[in-house]
Structure formats: C-alpha cells, structure tokens
Design a protein around this ligand. Structure first.
Ligand code: GLC
Length: 441
C-alpha cells in the first residue's frame, strides 16, 4: 500500500506541474503564488520525480536548460511564466546573453542541479543514460564555469553572490544584517523612499501575513539590489563594481560538492571536464576552510570586498558538511552544534539560527526556529554520507511527521512543527518523497 504522505505529495507535484510553450513539463513551487520555474526548487523536484517518472525528471532538467540557460552559462533562479510585473522588474532582455524567447531573472540560485541530474541519469533506462548524461554534463559544466568566470571576483575559488535571493534564503538574518550595514552608495533619502514604495507595492503580504514573509527592510534592500543589477544590464564587469558582494559559505559548499558530482557524471559519460573547472573546484574545496571560525566551531560567509565575516550564525554556517571534504574535527564541531539543544539541536529539524541566539520567539521567513525543505535536504544528505544516519533518521522523521500533520507547507516550526507559508509547496512534497523512498515507505 502506498503511504498516505507519498500519495498526497505526488498529488502536490502533479497539481504544480505546468507545460511550457515549447512542450516541456516542469514543476512550479506553488501554482497559486510561486508560479514560475525556480532553479533549486526544480532541482529538488527533479530528484523526487526521478524515482517514479525518470523521463519526467529528465524533461524538467531540459526545461531549465533549454528555456533558461543564458549564453554565458548562467542558469537563472527564475524562468518567468507570465507575469508582466516580474518581467519588467528583472528586464533580462537588456542583456545580450539572456534567452530571446523567455524572460528570466538576472541572478542564479544555489547550484545543486548536478546532484538532481545524476539521480535522474541513474534511474533512466540504460540506453538513454549516456545521451542524457552527455547533454547534462555539457550544460552543467557551462553553468559551473559561469560561477567562476563571472563571480570569482578575487580569484580565490570562492564565488560571490550579488543578491540575497541568489542564496535561496531570502531573509537570512546574516544577510539582513549585512544589507542593513552596507554602503549602497545611494542617498539615505532614496532608500527611505524605496522602502515606502516597497511597502505599498509588495505582493507577498497580500497573500500571507507579514510575520510569515521577509521583513520590510530586507525586501527593500533586495529591490535595491535588483535595481542596481538591472542598471548594469547584467554585464559581468559592471556587476563586479556593485556594492553587494558576499562569498556565501552556503553557495560555495553546494558548488564544491556539485563540481565533484559533475566530475563523476563526466567519467561515466566519457566526457571531460575542463582543467579550468577542475582547478577552480579544488580551490573552492580548499578555501572554504578560510571561512572556518575555530572559536565558534562554525563557518561564516564573508564580505568579498573587505574580507569581514558576516558574523551572525545561521544554518548556512553548517553547510560545509555537505561538501564531504572538510577536516574531521571541523565536521565533528558542526555535528556537535546540530546535537546541542542550546545551538541547532531543536526538537524538530535544524532551525535557521542557534536557539540561544534567537531574538524572536515565533518563526519568521528564513528566520528563527524554522525548518525548510532545501536546507533539511542538504544537511540530512550530508549526515547520511558522513556515516551519521542515526541523526539524519530523526530529522527525516520530524520532517515527514510535520508533512503528515499539515501537508506540504512551505516551512515548519522546529519547536512544535506548526506550518507556515504556502500550503502546497513542491520542494516540501519533493523532500517528503525523497525521504519516503530512502526510508522504504
Ligand atoms: C522563496 C524562497 C526560495 C525559493 C522561492 C520559490 O523566494 O526563499 O528559496 O526558491 O521562494 O519557492
């Protein structure tokens, strides 16, 4: 008998399926609110679909690449479905590198697509595996090279994000603090005016309570970051001059591991990865260690320009565990945090911030005591690969029981599993299906 959560989550993915004008099927995060194809949401969906419909998973991957990939290799965080507002906001067509037939955002998102493509390849019939891998390796290599060609501003293998949405954790308190203190090179009055316009124009709070969304400051700074990027027409040299530049520990950890997966995929398909990418990847793995803080036993993102760490500890501080390559004693330090009830050892799942540092009691958007599918996926996968399945199993159980109680909500409280945000969220459904599969449900 199919487990009821599995049934329900498959229905969520079916409900959130769309077909593009070019005939590709893809999963939107939520049909009512997040009605576009998002990069890391799709990566999780692909991973889930791979198990029960690998052709559908492969088609979703192709949809991202054929529709979204820019000529410079970038895969954007959003391929916009039919919102004039989003199209105007990002104005991707100002860049000669953007796709002609589709409107997209002008930024990317954490690069975990190789992981999803590799899972898909393993589920495809043997005769289809090699052609798919060949295609995936070619496009993923272009994508990963883009990170190094256009975002390795100080040439140390640690790529920078240039927008809070590029981390996928929009309202992450470390970034919120960074953006609050950043010299945006814009008069304060202009920022105050933008804040007023943002509070009137923002759409999200018409759908959800403000307490479940990014706060006004973060949303204002995100808008400002978009306006500054848009003014560059997404030109790499001009982006390199913008104020917002963060060597994100989270993005670099994901890139490092996905470079390794890409190399495995290439070995299987008989392709070669360029020396450039191989060397850069080694540099990323090595230099993530520069982000380690021995005293706090955590990793921290840093301001690319000043080298100053973004000192607020968040779940991103744990993410180097996902690389699989950090020194043993650093991995043990991170795991101690995950198990410590004063730190990230919450009753259910891993919260966005250490419990002892919480300023607010209620969960907020990527803030405080919240469990999100993306970060839960990355960290449980990391724990399993590092031989700590006993910890991962408890996290899997918390996540599945939250979905069992409330359905595929956007995020949950790590204190009591209450549900927040949108109710039919594909990434949550996808992770529940991935967990059900590995736990044999
Ligand atoms: C929000 C989340 C981001 C996600 C997107 C679509 O912006 O912060 O992680 O990709 O929604 O679900």
């Amino acid at each position: 008998m199919i487990h009821p959560v599995v049934n329900r989550c498959r229905q969520t993915l079916e409900r959130n399926t769309r077909t593009s004008s070019s005939g590709h099927t893809y999963t939107v995060p939520d049909r009512d609110y997040y009605n576009h194809q998002w990069l890391w949401d799709s990566a999780l969906a692909i991973e889930a679909w791979a198990d029960f419909d690998p052709h559908r998973a492969a088609d979703e991957f192709v949809s991202l690449v054929e529709r979204g990939q820019w000529q410079n290799g970038m895969i954007p965080n959003m391929i916009i479905t039919d919102s004039r507002r989003e199209k105007v906001f990002w104005n991707s067509h100002a860049s000669p590198a953007a796709p002609l037939n589709y409107a997209t955002s002008g930024i990317s998102q954490p690069p975990l697509l190789a992981e999803a493509a590799w899972t898909t390849a393993k589920h495809l019939p043997v005769d289809e595996r090699r052609p798919f891998l060949h295609y995936a390796v070619e496009h993923l290599a272009q994508y990963h090279e883009w990170w190094y060609q256009e975002r390795d501003f100080v040439n140390d293998g640690l790529v920078s994000v240039v927008h809070p949405y590029e981390t996928g954790m929009d309202n992450n308190p470390a970034l919120a603090e960074y953006m609050r203190c950043l010299d945006w090179r814009v008069p304060r009055l202009a920022i105050a005016a933008l804040r007023r316009v943002t509070s009137i124009m923002r759409e999200d709070t018409k759908h959800f309570p403000l307490s479940e969304r990014a706060d006004l400051d973060s949303t204002t700074y995100a808008t400002l970051a978009t306006l500054q990027l848009r003014r560059t027409r997404y030109d790499a040299a001009r982006i390199a001059e913008l104020p917002f530049q963060v060597q994100s520990v989270h993005t670099n950890s994901i890139l490092a591991r996905n470079n390794d997966i890409l190399a495995e995929m290439a070995a299987e398909s008989g392709d070669t990865v360029s020396d450039f990418l191989t060397e850069k990847s080694a540099q990323t793995h090595a230099n993530i260690e520069q982000l380690w803080d021995e005293k706090q036993q955590l990793y921290f993102s840093r301001d690319t320009r000043t080298g100053k760490p973004l000192g607020v500890p968040t779940i991103a501080s744990l993410m180097p565990l996902y690389t699989g390559s950090i020194p043993h004693h650093h991995a043990s330090g991170l795991v101690r945090h995950i198990q410590n009830s004063e730190s990230f050892g919450a009753p259910y799942g891993i919260p966005g911030q250490p419990i002892s540092t919480l300023k607010r009691r209620n969960p907020g958007y990527w803030d405080g005591q919240t469990m999100w599918p993306f970060t839960t996926h990355l960290l449980t996968d990391a724990l399993i690969r590092s031989g700590r399945d006993h910890i991962a199993a408890a996290l899997d159980h918390s996540f599945l029981s939250a979905v069992g109680n409330h359905g595929a909500s956007e995020y949950f409280s790590t204190e009591n599993k209450s549900a927040y945000g949108t109710a039919n969220f594909s990434p949550t459904a996808s992770l529940a299906l991935i967990i059900a599969k590995r736990r044999g449900l």
